[in-house]
Ligand binder design. Structure first.
Ligand SMILES: [Zn+2]
Ligand SMILES: [Zn+2]
Length: 440
């Protein structure tokens, strides 16, 4: 079969299972679960894979699922990812009444689309025409939330990272993967937006280091402050010190630092001795984040030094900044146009902050943005308004891109792999990034 025939076969199979794919997405949306707790979500997907007789490994990083499919040759292995977790938006009409969890980031549509790829590959003989393997992955915990809970899982030895994809990297799930494909649902159905799908981009896909900061002073009577050490004064000086760094940040690095005081003292007539701050340091390159992060630490410590307090800073890795493979983006863009038509697509668009970017530092990675939702991401008005875009079109874009990469001796995939120069090795990632969380 020609590549065109392979793609048509895949798209026809997805159309034939349109109702199944949409129904799976809606079943997931009806029972939203937060990261590393997606037990019922995983069970729904496992049931679909079982119905297709697709072997899969379950409970990977607690709730993840990995389903490998072999091609006629195994020149390359392309991973296609979906995410399992919801966010907390209690005001959403489909929010869980107990946890407030709701699928306001569209991960239910994303997982259903990857299940759509499973329908395409398991109900046809497509894999027998491809010169590489495809591994479907349903990954837990994309959203960087409930950090206390996840720190508890780390302390209990059940995890070593705070997010699903970093945990997959640490566990070696990506070790035999050559490149990764994803798409994220986008809110294109507000008004008359012509562009429905893009290849994503670095804009909006900033890397993040989170910090928790504790200033330790000395209690004393509010009327005798000379007997104490005021930790709130130390914290205020620390925050002013951070603001004094801002003119040193380059525009192109998009550094964003937005601290909050989570505890300002205990009682008004006692000199504050325990003051806490949380902040993110975001930026569009890993080097710029590291530079800004060190300046923030210096400023925070200076506040403590000024008044004789102590300052404890704990850093946690949330996600790295996105690295793009132009060659992979070209292939994905070709297939977005194939599925949606030239006038509805753009090669470049806005990205999202995600630990998908961690993977992008190790191998060619794309996160396309595909429409079909209305409202706002993480908003109480988020909903799938056009299921044929968000579920069906997304599934087709993913599978057609994979076919393009792996047909004809996996020539295009090999070109993508050869032209990509990964900023990090897995070893460097584990050594430099995963050493966090740590006290600095
Ligand atoms: Zn999100
Ligand atoms: Zn998301």
């Amino acid at each position: 079969m020609t590549v065109e025939e392979l793609k048509k076969t895949a798209c026809d199979a997805i159309d034939a299972h349109r109702e199944d794919i949409i129904a799976l997405g809606e079943r997931i949306a009806a029972e939203p679960e937060l990261g590393f707790k997606e037990v019922r979500t995983a069970a729904k997907i496992q049931a679909v894979l079982d119905s297709l007789n697709l072997p899969h490994e379950d409970q990977v990083a607690i709730t993840g699922i990995v389903a490998p499919l072999k091609g006629r040759r195994s020149k390359l292995n392309v991973a296609i990812l979906g995410e399992l977790d919801a966010v907390v938006v209690p005001g959403h009409p489909k929010a869980d009444p107990v946890t407030g969890a709701a699928h306001c980031c569209g991960h239910h549509a994303q997982s259903a689309a990857v299940a759509g790829v499973a329908y395409a590959l398991a109900t046809t003989d497509l894999m027998r025409h491809l010169d590489g393997d495809i591994t479907l992955m349903f990954v837990p915990a994309e959203e960087g939330v409930e950090l206390e809970y996840r720190r508890g899982l780390i302390d209990a030895g059940k995890l070593s990272m705070l997010g699903g994809k970093p945990e997959f990297i640490v566990r070696g799930v990506f070790d035999d993967v050559d490149m990764m494909l994803m798409q994220h649902t986008d809110c294109t159905e507000n008004g008359d937006r012509a562009c429905k799908a893009t290849g994503g981009g670095t804009r909006g896909a900033l890397g993040v280091i989170a910090k928790t900061v504790r200033y330790i002073g000395k209690e004393a009577h509010g009327a005798r402050p000379y007997e104490g050490i005021n930790a709130l004064n130390a914290a205020e000086l620390g925050l002013m010190g951070i603001h004094a760094q801002r003119e040193t940040f380059r525009d192109e690095d998009n550094i964003r630092i937005h601290p909050i005081i989570t505890k300002g003292g205990d009682l008004v007539n006692v000199v504050p001795a325990d003051v806490r701050i949380e902040t993110y340091v975001r930026g569009s390159s890993n080097e710029a984040i590291a530079d800004a992060s060190e300046k923030v630490n210096r400023a925070l410590r200076a506040g403590a030094m000024a008044v004789g307090a102590r300052c404890e800073i704990t850093e946690m890795p949330i996600c790295m900044s996105l690295v793009e493979s132009e060659e992979l983006k070209d292939v994905a863009y070709d297939n977005l146009r194939y599925v949606f038509g030239e006038e509805r697509c753009a090669r470049n668009g806005e990205g999202v902050c995600s630990e998908t970017s961690d993977v992008s530092n190790l191998m060619p990675t794309i996160q396309m943005m595909i429409g079909g939702a209305s409202g706002k991401l993480h908003g109480d008005d988020f909903r799938i308004a056009d299921p044929d875009l968000a579920y069906i079109g997304a599934a087709k874009a993913l599978v057609c891109t994979a076919i393009d990469l792996l047909a004809n001796g996996a020539e295009k995939g090999q070109n993508v792999k050869d032209r990509f120069h990964a900023p990090l090795t897995r070893e460097a990632y584990l050594r430099d990034w995963c050493k966090l969380p740590e006290r600095v």
